[in-house]
Write a protein that binds this ligand. Structure first.
Ligand SMILES: *Cc1c(COP(=O)(O)O)cnc(C)c1O
Length: 353
């Protein structure tokens, strides 16, 4: 026997798949369509030459946490930083979930919430969203009373459906949930409010964010959360020592100096999103309202998979959600540059005709 068996609870688990295909127009992973400003690249390369490569990086990443905290009006001790917000979520789940504990999600939502929770050995309880994919408070009450989750996830704006949870929804879920509430705000800058405003030392709430989307820095693998001080201190015990390399700490610290440029990119993506949504509606598709940089839609007269393939044949790659539970025939398109969006719109017009 040459293969050592993996943990019993992992043997049925499938990996996370998002095909990286070479195409002309790539609108499948919600990346920003353009990179950060040239001034950021220049500042980064000159800082890079000063790294002391023989030394471990600042283990507490103080400069980076201070810079991120300043964005939210909090100190560095309320910021936990990791290699992408997925690692932030993994650290939260290693700390508060794990074997014998329960994690609640409201589906359909970001697949990695349940996936990472299962990898930590936790039991995942999947609640259902309403037909319009909003949070159904009766369902939250049912799930919370039946399974008393140690960790409950919200995702606002929700990936892949695009909806934003209102402050009252987040407050009500917080009031019902017996454990930690995690609000994943990977697309938070696209929304008109943030659950960060509800954070204090007495409230079991954390908000996670990423540099991968609005900050145009998916290549950097950098994410963070804002939370109570005591909770950040617990996460610091669980994460591996020196997990954030020197390059990334510098990149993140420099990136946040370009806040105005980031906000400007967000504004132009929002106006593109409204243009693309209107054009899709005009093609007689079911289009879900989005508060993010992507739009979920469902063709009415043709299978979702066939539309996705038709687009791929025209070198336009979007996300095929048509086979995912609760999302039959649905497709998700990331908002790109105006030129990329035009390519997508003319390709889908062709495919549907
Ligand atoms: C893209 C995305 C993330 C980002 O993960 P990173 O590891 O920071 O790249 C997290 N949550 C949601 C809902 C996302 O869509």
């Amino acid at each position: 026997m040459t293969r050592v068996p993996v943990r019993d609870d992992l043997s049925a688990l499938e990996g996370y798949h998002s095909p990286q295909v070479t195409v002309d127009v790539r609108l499948n992973t919600n990346e920003a369509p353009v990179g950060p400003p040239a001034a950021f690249r220049d500042a980064l390369s000159s800082e890079m030459s000063r790294i002391e490569w023989n030394r471990y990086p600042d283990r507490a990443a103080t400069a980076l946490r201070t810079a991120i905290g300043a964005l939210h009006g909090v100190g560095p001790e309320q910021i936990f930083v990791a290699n992408g917000s997925n690692e932030v979520l993994q650290t939260v789940l290693l700390t508060f979930a794990g074997p014998g504990r329960t994690v609640a999600t409201f589906e359909p939502t970001y697949q990695l919430h349940g996936h990472i929770a299962r990898i930590t050995g936790a039991t995942v309880v999947e609640g259902e969203r309403a037909a319009d994919f909003s949070i159904d408070m009766n369902e939250v009450r049912r799930v919370v009373e039946q399974s008393r989750p140690h960790v409950t996830f919200l995702c606002s704006p929700n990936n892949p459906t695009g909806g934003v949870d209102s402050p009252s929804v987040v407050r009500d879920v917080l009031a019902l949930s017996p454990g930690l509430l995690v609000v994943d705000e990977a697309y938070g800058q696209f929304a008109d409010w943030s659950a960060v405003e509800l954070i204090d030392e007495e409230t079991p709430l954390v908000v996670s964010r990423t540099f991968s989307k609005t900050w145009s820095m998916a290549a950097a693998r950098l994410g963070y959360l804002v939370g109570p001080r005591w909770l950040v201190a617990e996460l610091d015990k669980v994460v591996l020592p020196y997990h954030l390399d020197a390059t990334k700490q510098i990149a993140g610290t420099l990136a946040v100096r370009f806040l105005d440029e980031m906000n400007e990119r967000v504004r132009s993506i929002v106006s593109e999103r409204e243009r693309v949504s209107a054009a899709l509606r005009a093609l007689d598709l079911d289009v879900f309202d989005s508060g993010a940089n992507f739009v979920l839609f469902r063709p009415r007269h043709m299978g979702g998979r066939a539309v996705w393939q038709g687009l791929l044949d025209r070198s336009v790659l979007i996300r095929d959600c048509s086979g995912w539970p609760r999302l039959a025939d649905c497709l998700r398109v990331t908002i790109g540059t105006p030129a990329e969006d035009d390519r997508f719109l003319s390709a889908i017009t062709e495919v549907l005709s």
